[in-house]
Design a protein around this ligand. Structure first.
Ligand SMILES: Cc1cc2nc3c(=O)[nH]c(=O)nc-3n(C[C@H](O)[C@H](O)[C@H](O)COP(=O)(O)OP(=O)(O)OC[C@H]3O[C@@H](n4cnc5c(N)ncnc54)[C@H](O)[C@@H]3O)c2cc1C
Length: 384
């Protein structure tokens, strides 16, 4: 992949904004149709919420990743395998979610009449059947980065789009660099488009839906426990009285080179989007996760090897039906949005499914990557 530092206007067939898993899939697939593609990413790291993170206990996904079994998940995986060029070995785990209540784990059957603001989001994680994957987003991202040979603009934040006669004619990056393309794919938080696009290019109802809808910021905590805590495979829901729940799970224990056996667990709790400016609120959400984990597994935090905090603004929410099925922006002929929020599976699976629908609309059923002789394990890991 080439990196561009030059500041003059560029002409591309396609510009993909956002190099999360969805954006990387889109960039690769569009390139495989012969298009000249630019991939524009705000950070200096590619992969978004799917990037790999190196820890003493091995490489883990950036935040908790769950792939529930759904009616079309096999079809989704088959398509993803064709995009990635390798098989995704998977095993279905059949382990109903459990909630820790009254000092014990019980099957989770919903929150009943308790007032839980984030109930519908947490319910979406509370699946009985989900996949245990031999490779996960942390492994897919390096392969997609390696395969893409178009131009990558890292540290490039899209701030404005200029629209003329129902077409995006120019994209402004970092307030100064100008790019243009025949088609523009926005694979980042759709809410941003309310300020990136000119006012008259955002229909009032859509603006209302994006700005007033229920969206959440996630506070995520990864823990590396100094000793194995549990062999429980189920999705854990942890909640005390008057607390918002956390959701998470334990990975299989890992034996380090020095002989110690440790265990990683990953947790997510949600905070209303409009209060997350206050660091204190996010901070107390993270403290709450630790309290909840300790309550369920009393000695689990003893000698904790590492805790890693990730806050992702507007990571959860939904906007099903706000745009056309293929993600096309109303009254703009060359702008598409890919986001998990637009799919009934409002998660990473939803983002992959939306990518497929959008790509089918732009390029016909996407052409699959032809050459697949690179072993996955040879793919370089992007800097994290
Ligand atoms: C119920 C529920 C369950 C969920 N469960 C999961 C789960 O289990 N696992 C999971 O991973 N996620 C989960 N999510 C979160 C959701 O899936 C994430 O939205 C998804 O991971 C997004 O992937 P992406 O590739 O679309 O975007 P991202 O990974 O967010 O990537 C977007 C990229 O765009 C870049 N960017 C943003 N703005 C700009 C800009 N203006 N200019 C240039 N670049 C920009 C960002 O830096 C980032 O790299 C869940 C959500 C819900 C509602």
């Amino acid at each position: 992949m080439a990196q561009s530092k030059n500041s003059k206007t560029h002409e591309y067939d396609s510009i993909v904004i956002g190099a999360g898993l969805a954006g990387l899939i889109a960039a690769n697939q569009l390139e495989s149709t012969g298009r000249k593609v630019a991939l524009v990413e705000a950070l200096d790291i590619l992969g978004g919420t799917s990037r790999p993170v190196t820890t003493v206990a091995g490489t883990v996904d950036h935040v908790l990743k769950l792939f529930p079994v759904t009616d079309d998940s096999e079809d989704m995986f088959a398509w993803l395998e064709s995009v990635l060029g390798f098989a995704i070995e998977r095993e279905v785990i059949d382990a109903p979610p459990m909630i820790y209540e009254d000092a014990k784990f019980k099957p989770f059957v919903g929150f009943g009449d308790q007032k839980v603001e984030t109930a519908s989001e947490i319910d979406a994680y509370a699946k009985s059947r989900f996949y245990k994957l031999a490779t996960s987003p942390k492994d897919w991202v390096p392969k997609l980065v390696e395969t893409f040979t178009g131009t990558v603009f890292p540290q490039s934040y899209v701030t404005k789009m200029q629209v003329d006669d129902e077409f995006v004619i120019e994209i402004l990056v970092n307030g100064s660099k100008r790019l243009s393309a025949r088609e523009v794919i926005f694979a980042a938080t759709p809410q941003q488009l309310t300020r990136i696009l000119p006012d008259n290019a955002v229909p009032a109802r859509l603006k209302q839906k994006l700005l007033k809808g229920e969206f959440w910021t996630s506070a995520n905590l990864d823990l590396i426990h100094a000793q194995p805590v549990t062999d429980a495979k189920f999705v854990h829901i942890l909640k005390g009285a008057n607390e918002e729940p956390s959701v998470g799970l334990f990975h299989e224990p890992v034996t380090l080179e020095d002989g110690r056996t440790v265990q990683v667990s990953q947790w997510t709790t949600l905070v209303a989007r409009d209060v997350t400016d206050e660091a204190e609120i996010v901070g107390s959400a993270l403290k709450q996760i630790k309290r909840q984990v300790k309550r369920a597994y009393e000695t689990s935090l003893d000698g904790l090897i590492k805790e890693r905090i990730v806050v992702i603004p507007t990571s959860h929410g939904e906007m099903v039906g706000a745009l056309a099925d293929d993600g096309r922006w109303p009254k703009i002929q060359n702008l598409w949005v890919i986001s998990g929020f637009m799919d009934s599976e409002k998660n990473l699976v939803g983002a992959i499914r939306q990518a497929r629908r959008t790509l089918a609309a732009i390029a016909g059923e996407p052409v699959q990557v032809v050459e697949h002789d690179t072993d996955l394990h040879e793919a370089p890991t992007p800097t994290v």
